[in-house]
Design a protein around this ligand. Structure first.
Ligand code: NG1
Ligand code: ZN
Length: 563
């Protein structure tokens, strides 16, 4: 076959297959903070086209990529699609404009032109000539998921030489983890994922120091699965776990409730109330909640005073717990002593947050001597920054986050651990190295993962000998308030300094500053949302009334400048 013939073939195949997936009338799709999202029934054309983007990305990188069908914490009738890069992180941002253009191509002809133009620009050769693309597919439990998966497969099949691997119903982090593992030449099945988590969890549990207060730390945790895919997976995994008593509610079983409706991490964190299925019977229990695709985790406790009210333990406090634990292990590892080898393992430990992190958490982390960096909102920014460190811990307040270990650092750590195993097996130094290695296996290295995050929280609480109250008492959150302002054009606001300062329209930042100056411990910023057509206003102050008032007055300024 000549390459000219193959290109012609490819052209016809794309034209024909895309004609079955017309763009829905009057809709525009944008690749937002976490991929494309819309009502599921409107998404077949978008998912078909995302399948094409995934194939091109795989051809470009020469590695497997992932395509996940989910709309995370959105209502059940919504759905969405996002692409995972070969290392398991979110698709590189500089491909987003192409993904968006393709999703909005008005007809098959313009779609084909876009594909051919882009592949030429990127030096990707189409026509199957020996190079094979591989796409790992996953979906959550949404009713539109199955049909959209079929659309993705059709999109993938419309490029010659591409193969789709259906990995089944998965959490978002499971799919990202599988993509990462596959490209490292490791096994990428769900059973290996469960095995890795349960084994590293057991290893950490076995090394919980004896004689701490661990006996009084309850091993029971009640988990709200948001009626999504995470609850179901946790039910499977818990059979392999020893030393922990997990009770799953809202696990998505038929008749238990609706996905994300009055349940889940987003609901609990934003509304600050208990999810459905939890009540007075749970007062004092350690409770956790996932979002619909299980990439967010927050904890809560039902307050004894008010059964509807909760003590929220958000992503900032999970981050603080992890940071203290990692810092302690690094300290032990590098302590001079008879038992350890004397060479210090220099480690750059970095903490990454966004401006939405509660100011009290940032102050707390800095007081611990930790290096804290802020990035714009969206895990793609946080992840990238954390990956610059030897060990980088990132979390959004909403519960999305993880701990990243650089490959280079892990191999140094492994070497140190091997040395210690020879010279001082069972020493505190050796245990610290083993713990850090186990954490790197337990916590998902590709993306924030509610299931692996939950297991790490549980074992760290045991290790510290901490009750839920001890954890809550780490610091007191400053009262905060978030508001949304509807405006004609949200892109009229541009920001800088990790979205904490407004650049445009001019004068707005001065107006915000003058409001902040009126409040003790006042902090406030505004930014256009990446997932909704609104401006978000965040305010913090020393009392709830003050935070509310600051958010309200700044919202008025936004309205005035943009209304
Ligand atoms: P936007 O709509 O851009 O604020 C929201 C969350 C992000 C992130 C994305 C993706 C807040 C304030 N923002 O983004 O943190 O999780 O959704 O789901 O929670
Ligand atoms: Zn999610």
């Amino acid at each position: 076959m000549t390459s000219e013939f193959m290109a012609k073939d490819q052209h016809l195949l794309l034209l024909e297959s895309s004609s079955h997936f017309p763009l829905p009338h009057g809709m525009t799709f944008s690749y937002g903070t976490a991929g494309f999202r819309a009502v599921g029934s409107k998404l077949p054309s978008t998912v078909f086209r995302a399948g094409i983007v995934a194939v091109l990305r795989s051809l470009k990188t020469g590695s497997a990529v992932g395509l996940m069908i989910t709309a995370s914490h959105n209502p059940i009738l919504d759905n969405g699609v996002k692409i995972a890069d070969p290392d398991g992180s979110m698709m590189t941002q500089h491909w987003e404009p192409f993904a968006e253009a393709l999703a909005n191509a008005p007809n098959p002809q313009s779609l084909v032109e876009l594909v051919f133009h882009f592949t030429k620009e990127e030096g990707i050769s189409l026509g199957g000539g020996g190079t094979c693309a591989e796409i790992l597919l996953g979906r959550d439990t949404r009713p539109t998921g199955e049909a959209l998966l079929e659309a993705a497969k059709q999109g993938i099949k419309s490029i010659v030489g591409a193969a789709a691997l259906d990995m089944g119903i998965l959490t978002t982090p499971q799919l990202h983890w599988m993509v990462m593992n596959k490209n490292k030449g490791m096994k990428a099945s769900e059973s290996v994922y469960f095995m890795q988590l349960s084994e590293s969890f057991r290893c950490l549990m076995d090394m919980v120091p004896k004689g701490t207060r661990k006996d009084c730390v309850d091993s029971r945790v009640v988990v709200d699965g948001a009626n999504g895919v995470g609850g179901e997976k946790l039910e499977q995994l818990k059979k392999l776990l020893i030393g922990i008593d997990i009770q799953v509610r809202n696990s998505g079983k038929q008749g238990e409730g609706v996905l994300n409706e009055g349940v889940g991490a987003d609901f609990v964190q934003k509304e600050k109330v208990a999810p459905s299925g939890f009540g007075t019977k749970d007062v004092g229990e350690r409770c956790a909640t996932f979002d619909g695709d299980a990439d967010r985790l927050v904890y809560f406790r039902i307050s004894s005073s008010n059964c509807n009210g909760i003590d929220l333990v958000d992503g900032d406090k999970i981050l603080s717990l992890f940071a203290l634990f990692i810092k302690e292990q690094l300290h032990i590892l590098n302590k001079q002593g008879d038992e350890g080898t004397n060479n210090v393992l220099v480690t750059r430990l970095g903490i990454v947050q966004t401006a939405y992190a509660n100011g009290a958490s940032t102050d707390f982390l800095k007081q611990q001597g930790l290096e804290v960096v802020l990035t714009p909102t969206g895990v793609k920014y946080l992840h990238k920054k954390a990956a610059e460190c030897d060990v980088g811990i990132y979390f959004e307040a909403n519960g999305h986050g993880t701990i990243l270990f650089s490959e280079e650092y892990l191999s140094k750590l492994q070497k140190k651990c091997d040395d210690l195993a020879c010279h001082s097996p069972g020493s505190e130094h050796h245990k610290a190295a083993l713990r850090l290695l186990a954490v790197s296996k337990l916590i998902n290295q590709a993306v924030g993962d509610a299931i692996s995050g939950l297991l790490l929280v549980e074992v760290v609480l045991q290790h510290m000998g901490w009750s839920m109250q001890d954890w809550i008492d780490l610091y007191n959150d400053l009262p905060s308030r978030q508001l949304k302002v509807k405006v004609a054009d949200r892109t009229a606001i541009t920001t800088t300094h990790a979205e904490t300062q407004v650049l445009e329209p001019s004068g707005l930042q001065e107006a915000i500053d003058s409001e902040i100056a009126k409040y003790h411990k006042g902090r406030c910023f505004v930014r256009p949302s990446g997932t909704e057509d609104i401006i978000r206003v965040y305010a913090e102050a020393s009392s709830q009334e003050a935070a509310n008032a600051l958010a309200k007055s700044v919202s008025r300024h936004v309205d005035h400048f943009l209304g």
